[in-house]
Design a protein around this ligand. Sequence first.
Ligand code: ARG
Length: 286
Amino acid sequence: MSTVIETDEQSGTRPERRATGRSVLMCRPEHFTVVYRINPWMNPAEPTDTSLALQQWQALHDTYVALGYEVHLIDPIEGLPDMVYAANGGFVIDNIAYGAKFTHAERQPEGPAYMDWFRAAGFDVREPEEVNEGEGDFLLVGETILAGTGFRSDSVSHQELGRIYERDVVTLRLIDPNFYHLDTGVAVLDTTPGQEHIAYLPSAFDAASVAVLQARFPDAIIVNETDAAVLGLNSFSDGYNVIIASRATDFERQLRAHGYHPIGVDLSELLLGGGGVKCCTLELRR
Ligand code: ARG
């Protein structure tokens, strides 16, 4: 006789995962290349293949379209090779777009370019006073904003964010330069109030931040170092479908066990710039 032990992952108490529509902004990597180094993934001496980057990006774009997402495009600007990482272009909730103010001079012109797009699209744009890199460091979970600092966004921007959106902002400190933006160390999987769910890499954070994450998200998926090393956490979820790096196989297994539908894509070329699925995606919340 065998006994079946139900693990927490398979138990009937697991919330039902439901896809809700998404509206996103993306930027074609027409001018993508690596000519400077502002994160450890970037090596200007290593060649990049812009046409392969375009092909891989197109597959991500087409996946979103097939899932029924509303996909908006911002025109790429020559000389701004990192503009493809649209997540850094700002943060948008309640039709309010908080603009980005980049840390590194190489990316600073992207801030106004994205704000122009938000304005033309009818968003209420708030010019940032503090250094921040948009949805790269800010993630909405339920009614709370998780906000990263340590490498890019200044923690003072978290206060600016709280004033603008009148929501709780939880500061998380990143400590590993490989995971320099919050969206490389945390993935928001379910943002439904009452069943908020995330995945994260504990070693990306200082001890106080790990304690905060454990307390708020006791059932979170813990991603292993191998999957994190292909930016597996840098993924995009609609509450059911989760678009992830196809090489993040253990994360894929865990997502299935938690009731999600993972969809793998290969963005190996964009990984040379230090970005993945989420970096290429900015969510627009009207
Ligand atoms: N090369 C870009 C940078 O270092 C990559 C940005 C990745 N974006 C993200 N949301 N993590 O700024």
